[in-house]
Design a protein around this ligand. Structure first.
Ligand code: UD1
Ligand code: MG
Length: 449
């Protein structure tokens, strides 16, 4: 039987934040969510998340899961106190108990499996993940004797000599739960922080083993925003390296961010300051950026998107977008179309080979294929209370600065006169024009003042 406990009750004072520490995000996911995701890979029987500071906010951030149970620790008197609470609330203290700090988010399931294997093979009371850090500041130092763990001393309780020890406690332990529960209430708070430390339990258990792993960033704990940014960098480097090895070019890697879920095809060029978020998928041979943000969108083959923002939309093949366009949610731009300079599209379908080239707003609209929308055209979709639809048929030619007052239905092959305000439906093959006739007054001179 495998149980998991994740410590997530602390405030995270060193983050200097009103948000609980474990809810800070790296690459789009909270620290706590990342630790939970790694644990779920081990297929444990139950996961306990210890919450305390802003516990409701922390609990609400985690999607419902039958295996996850929340345990409240109030007040938060230290990591050892958190486990004392757990051992009391959960009656059956049996099997293995894997305990993880909620602020060590990059831990990989494979490393956890290695720890569990060591634990089983040694029939241990406790097994601990350790690593040697060049700069171990802030971590508990691990002291070994005859292959067993003698004790862990927290940074704040170390003397100068102890502080020289580079072997640190990663905050990830596997306990024989029954044996842990026998000594858990013996933990005291006679230390410099006046807290009950879980780390003191290591000296109270006999069969205590450590698994030292290489410091590859996986065991980086997050206590402040510098460490938060270090973890972001570690994760971003690994995401971008994966894409580069699969045939993606980054012109300026450091200025870009890519979500873990994003998929990018071959021979895609990512220009500087480009950000792909959520489940965005970019197909082969696209050039994306510079200065582009795309979230939860599909971008087909051979597209070019520069200096633009795209949310929750479908961009098919051979499409150019930008510079300076905003494609808002629920839009579908069909192949060979162009969304040009300073254009906003919202909840609209633009069919194949159509062009919205300059300075337009197209909202709640359906635009047929091979239609040209003249510069400055606006769909007036909002009557002050409701949004209405504009439909424009295929092969139409919309004059510059046309305003369509929705709801409105324009047929196929319709031409509108430049500067028209169109309020009535138009049939196929018609010209719609609504503007006052031009008057030319001959031989006219400005009055002299
Ligand atoms: C802890 C370890 C230290 C280790 C380091 C690894 C202790 C005493 N020290 O120090 O040896 O090197 O992690 O990153 O355990 N928490 C609770 N309840 C509490 C206090 C904390 O749930 O009463 C949670 C926090 O929310 C956090 C985790 O426990 O997720 C660790 O607490 P933190 O204060 O960050 O401990 P560190 O000083 O990093
Ligand atoms: Mg910590």
């Amino acid at each position: 039987m495998l149980s998991v406990a994740i410590l997530a009750a602390g405030k995270g004072t060193r983050m200097k934040s009103s948000l609980p520490k474990v809810l800070h995000k790296i690459s789009g996911k909270s620290l706590l969510q990342r630790v939970i995701n790694s644990c779920i890979e081990l297929n444990p029987d139950q996961i306990f998340v210890i919450t305390g500071h802003k516990s409701k906010e922390v609990q609400d951030s985690i999607p419902k899961n039958k295996k996850i149970h929340f345990i409240i620790q109030k007040p938060q008197s230290g990591t050892g106190h958190a486990i004392q609470v757990l051992c009391k609330v959960v009656k059956k203290n049996e099997g293995k108990l894997l305990i993880l700090n909620g602020d060590v988010p990059l831990i990989k399931p494979e490393t956890l499996k290695k720890l569990l294997n060591l634990h089983d093979s040694k029939n241990a009371d406790v097994s601990l993940l350790t690593t040697k850090k060049i700069n171990p500041f802030g971590y508990g130092r691990v002291f070994l004797r005859d292959g067993f763990i003698e004790r862990i001393v927290e940074e704040k309780d170390c003397n100068d000599q102890e502080r020289q020890n580079l072997l640190i406690n990663a905050g990830i332990y596997c306990f024989n739960w029954k044996n842990l529960s026998k000594i858990i209430d013996d933990l005291q708070s006679n230390n410099n922080q006046k807290e009950i430390y879980l780390t003191d339990s290591l000296s109270l258990l006999k069969n205590s083993f450590s698994l030292e792993v290489e410091d590859n960033g996986e065991l980086q704990g997050i206590n402040n925003r510098i460490q938060l940014s270090m973890c972001e960098e570690i994760i971003q480097n690994s995401i971008k390296e994966k894409h580069m090895l699969n045939g993606v070019t980054f012109i300026n890697k450091a200025s870009c961010s890519i979500s873990e879920e994003a998929q990018i095809g071959k021979d895609v060029i990512i220009e500087a300051n480009t950000h792909l978020r959520g489940s965005t998928k970019i197909f082969n041979n696209c050039v994306i950026g510079p200065n582009t943000f795309i979230e939860n969108s599909h971008v087909g083959l051979h597209c070019e998107i520069s200096n633009s923002t795209v949310y929750d939309s479908q961009i098919m093949d051979h499409i150019k977008i930008g510079p300076y366009s905003h494609v808002r949610p629920k839009s579908k731009i069909s192949s060979y179309s162009k969304i040009g300079n300073f254009v906003e599209i919202k909840n609209s379908r633009i069919d194949e080979d159509s062009k919205v080239n300059h300075l337009s707003y197209i909202g709640d609209s359906i635009i047929g294929s091979s239609t040209n929308i003249g510069a400055g055209t606006i769909t007036a979709n909002f009557d002050g209370q409701k949004k209405h639809q504009t439909k424009i048929g295929k092969n139409s030619s919309i004059g510059a600065n046309t305003v369509f007052v929705a709801p409105i239905n324009i047929g196929e092959s319709v031409t509108t006169g430049a500067g028209s305000v169109i309020t009535k439906d138009s049939k196929d093959n018609s010209l719609a024009i609504s503007r006052s006739k031009q008057v030319n007054i001959e031989n006219w001179e400005r009055k002299k003042l």
